[in-house]
Design a protein around this ligand. Structure first.
Ligand SMILES: [Zn+2]
Length: 218
């Protein structure tokens, strides 16, 4: 099963990707994980990526796609993969297609997670994190026992600047601008399934499992 999950920040696709990976015994690949893994294993691409991150710069596409290519070639992807949050742009999608074609593989499906904008803002703006132990909470969905205090270590919780309302609006706008052409790209190739990502995690997982069931490798 080779699938891509598309969706704005806060639609819950990372959580669903974890569950699908466990259920279908495939590897979840996110660029964040790949970068951390590359840095940890000190691979040539990992070290190159680190040099950009250390300077606070965005890691270039060529490095990211190189990491994706290496991962897809590894034994862990024999049964397939879920790409979470990659590709983000049409050029990245074209690169991914070329990598797969070079291995005589194709994508099975691209799932576009859709959640109403106000729900996304509510999910993201309610996040709180602990600056000391990195634990995360949500004011509505996963509140700490004592308001504003970390359950694990007692530190005062903070809202990351990324999760403030203005920053969220900007993130969503950037996402929509970058990704709208990507949705059309996969639609034209008849690979796209839209998925209503609103509602409980279990209910969304049920719907998603049905969409992906035909691609299960046993
Ligand atoms: Zn803490």
């Amino acid at each position: 099963m080779r699938v891509v999950f598309l969706g704005a920040p806060g639609v819950g696709k990372g959580t669903q990707a974890d569950r699908i990976a466990a259920q279908f015994q495939v590897v979840k690949i996110s660029t964040g994980d790949l970068l951390r893994e590359g840095v940890r294993n000190k691979t040539p691409l990992g070290l190159e990526a680190k040099s950009y991150m250390d300077q606070g710069k965005l890691v270039p596409d060529a490095v990211v796609i190189g990491l994706v290519r290496d991962k897809l070639s590894g034994p862990s992807c024999a049964k397939g993969f879920v790409l979470d949050g990659f590709p983000r742009t049409v050029p990245q999608a074209e690169e991914l297609g070329a990598v797969l074609a070079s291995k005589k593989l194709v994508l099975d499906r691209v799932v576009n997670f859709q959640v109403p904008r106000e729900d996304v803002i509510k999910r993201l703006s309610g996040r709180r994190s602990c600056p000391k132990c990195q634990a995360t909470f949500h004011v509505d969905f996963a509140p700490p026992k004592k308001i504003g205090i970390c359950d694990r270590c007692g530190e005062s919780l903070v809202q990351r600047s990324d999760d403030e309302r203005d920053a969220i609006e900007t993130r969503l706008k950037v996402y929509e601008e970058q990704t709208a052409p990507l949705v059309r790209f996969y639609e034209m190739r008849q690979l796209l399934s839209h998925l209503d990502g609103a509602g409980a995690v279990d209910a969304v997982f049920q719907k998603l499992s049905q969409v992906l069931a035909p691609y299960r490798v046993t």
